[in-house]
Design a protein around this ligand. Sequence first.
Ligand SMILES: *Cc1c(COP(=O)(O)O)cnc(C)c1O
Length: 233
Amino acid sequence: MIAENLKEVRKRIANAAKRTGRDPSEITLICVSKTKPLEMIKEAYELGERCFGENKPQELRDKAKELTYPDICWHMIGTLQKNKIKYVVPASVLIHSVDSVELARDINAEAGKKGVIADILLEINVAGETTKHGFLTSETLSAVCEIARLENLRIRGLMTVAPDTDDPEENRPYFKAMRDLLVDINSKNIDNVGCMNVLSMGMTNDYETAVEEGSTMVRIGTGIFGERNYNKI
Ligand SMILES: *Cc1c(COP(=O)(O)O)cnc(C)c1O
């Protein structure tokens, strides 16, 4: 099942890229393995995948300890609380879900303590949903300026979880807004901010639209590993 799913997902990413004149290699597939067993991750790894996304810090840490392939990369994509930062720095290559300046400060402190630079994305609540984490579009530029001063962090780009919908076209304007926001931030040449070139957007329901609108990282769980059963874990 995973082999077929992966083949399909890769094909759809490549086709979406080509439709808009992009090189498919610009898009990194993050296989979202939360709640899924190690065997499934191993299978995806053996099929050539290297990037895996987890949303629970301890689960990420535990899986990273078990699967010691030298080139496997763990992405932290879920809500992060201060007392759990230690589990994902430096176990994850990229923290997608930085949703406050305070959290950025705490990650900076942990990175300093461990002598590493932490790569982060700022999570954007692009649709302004009351139930969602993240910076509002209007707050983002000033947040980037503040976070840029933290010496152990590198802001690599932006991430969003678009509204849950059956019609991906409904999310197209949000994906477009994300890309515009990134372009706008990059145009300001903010001190201590290199080129922010990561746009983490697109999930099982809407990744093709996200790729058409400039996504560079799609986070796909269900479309690769099947439905999650939260009762079983
Ligand atoms: C679970 C999750 C995903 C993957 O969702 P699917 O719909 O299963 O592809 C992507 N991003 C985040 C932040 C998630 O928590």
